[in-house]
Design a protein around this ligand. Structure first.
Ligand SMILES: [Zn+2]
Length: 148
């Protein structure tokens, strides 16, 4: 699954939970779940670089956004975003050379848990839907908390 998808869904998870430790733990676990969903991985390194840059910009945006700066749940949002995307950091070594999948730690990266490969456009639709669902779930839980 794309790094950007992990970051946004993790941030939404953290925003909904408002608990940095739980957001980090569930964000880390969500990485395995999202990686196991059928998706399209980029064919060339440039796809990973673009995805990484987009994800990094979103992390910076979350950190700089005034609304979140004043929000008490900023640490929960950042924890969810960081820990849900962290497992992909081990894949950075692929940029510098050919690395066998068995050398990776995370089970969805080393082949222990595999995913079905689908077309780019179906994957884009699916990942966009997952991001939208996480956004609305976050808003729902935040509104529910505010009303109680
Ligand atoms: Zn991954």
């Amino acid at each position: 699954m794309h790094w950007t998808t992990h970051i946004i869904t993790g941030a939404n998870l953290g925003g909904a939970l408002d608990n940095p430790a739980l957001a980090g733990l569930l964000g880390y676990a969500s990485h395995a779940l999202l990686d196991a969903i059928p998706h399209h991985d980029p064919d060339r390194e440039i796809g990973y670089v673009i995805d990484s840059m987009l994800g990094g910009l979103i992390l910076l945006y979350l950190r700089k956004k005034d609304k979140y700066k004043q929000s008490p749940n900023l640490s929960s949002v950042l924890s969810g975003a960081f820990f849900s995307s962290m497992p992909d950091l081990e894949l950075v070594v692929k940029i510098f050379g050919d690395v066998k999948a068995e050398r990776f730690f995370f089970p969805t990266h080393n082949g222990e848990v595999q995913h079905r490969r689908i077309s780019f456009w179906i994957s884009l639709f699916l990942e966009t839907s997952i991001v939208a669902l996480s956004f609305f779930a976050c808003r729902y839980f935040k509104n529910r908390k505010r009303l109680t």
